[in-house]
Design a protein around this ligand. Structure first.
Ligand code: UDP
Length: 333
């Protein structure tokens, strides 16, 4: 298939590009490099540097070649920032996504895989969280993702655009070959931050909240390996290509680990003692988020291959060791 990967210079999009190329698909990466990195664009496909705001360029891209599917990773992802800058989130995550969908409809491209998020559920009313759980997002980031899911349902009804919404829980880890990994500037995610503390790039890890109603008082999350997430995209795309109906899937391993457990596991993997600083809760963090991914396993045949937390951290650590000096220097420039 010829696949358009929007946001292919980012964390998950770059891993996806690598997997698609390895599976023998043709890939066009589109990215505006606002948060992604040119060097993360995996060689072997075509790279188009443009922004989803540019409808004319989008139109030209779809006119020039016929895509069998579109995978959309290009969104802003910081919950805290979305509270202070909602316009940035609604414009990019919603309006620009609608631009992309319109170009697809215009050119008869009917398969769309959307990177959604557990943030659409808000504070869980029960765990594990299945697809039917009420959608009550508590911040503009989560609302932007849930809005797009609703737009997609309407576009399917009116225009026949078929889609899969993949709701990631906590994406983590790195390419097992250490060719790619996680890089956000600024970094806000727990596992890379802990590993940056272990490698000496940061003095310590700050734990946000130690008084949650969880066994050790810190938040519990469901960490899912980035290549397992990508595998789910490939399966969802193949399923749409077989003519299946649109569907949403929750993607996680179904087991929760606390912030403290992650820090302890990182200590074991790296052999370093990570200094810990306790801090107040971060606004908008639910105590416990764990996925029920039964549907993805049954309908997509999804079998996460790197479900162990230790494996996820080990792969992320290999990437941190490989890149720490270079990225630290780049950030200081
Ligand atoms: N967290 C933390 N210190 C950090 C970053 C994150 O204690 O420096 C906690 C955060 O409060 C949450 C968990 O780690 O409970 C996972 O946060 P992350 O930002 O990685 O993902 P999120 O769950 O927000 O998608």
């Amino acid at each position: 298939m010829r696949i358009l990967v929007v946001g292919g210079a980012g964390y998950i999009g770059s891993h996806m590009t690598k997997m698609l190329l390895e599976a023998g698909h043709r890939v066009v990466v589109m990215d505006n490099l606002s948060t992604g990195f040119r060097e993360a664009v995996v060689p072997g496909g075509e790279f188009v540097e443009t922004d989803l705001a540019d409808r004319a360029r989008l139109e030209a891209l779809f006119r020039a070649q016929r895509f069998d599917g579109v995978l959309h990773f290009a969104s802003f992802i910081q919950v805290g920032e979305s509270m202070t800058q909602p316009a940035k989130y609604y414009r990019n995550n919603v309006v620009h996504t609608v631009n992309l969908l319109d170009a697809m409809v215009q050119h008869g491209v009917t398969r769309f895989i959307f990177s959604s998020s557990a943030a659409i559920f808000g504070e869980p009313q029960y765990v594990p969280v299945d697809e039917e759980h009420p959608k009550l997002p508590t911040n503009p980031y989560g609302r932007s993702k849930w809005m797009v899911e609703q737009v997609l349902a309407d576009y399917e009804r009116a225009y026949g655009l078929r889609h899969s919404c993949l709701r990631y829980f906590n994406a983590a880890g790195a390419d097992p070959d250490a060719a790619l990994g996680e890089r956000h500037e600024p970094e806000t995610h727990l596992i890379p931050l802990v590993l940056q503390a272990a490698s000496g790039r940061r003095p310590a890890i700050t734990v946000f909240g130690t008084d949650y109603d969880t066994p050790d008082g810190t938040c519990v999350r469901d960490y899912v390996h980035v290549t397992d997430l990508c595998q789910a995209h490939l399966l969802a795309l193949e399923r749409l290509a077989r003519g299946a109906e649109s569907r949403a899937y929750n993607l996680g391993n179904g087991s929760g680990f606390s912030v403290k457990q992650v820090i302890d596991a990182a200590g074991e993997v790296t052999g370093s003692r990570v200094a810990v600083v306790k801090a107040p809760r971060r606004a908008g963090d639910p105590a416990r988020l764990v996925a029920d991914s039964t549907r993805a396993r049954k309908e997509l045949g999804w079998r996460p291959r790197h479900a162990e937390l230790e494996t996820i951290i080990r792969h992320a650590w290999a990437w941190e060791i490989k890149t720490a000096t270079r990225f630290a220097r780049a950030a200081a420039l």
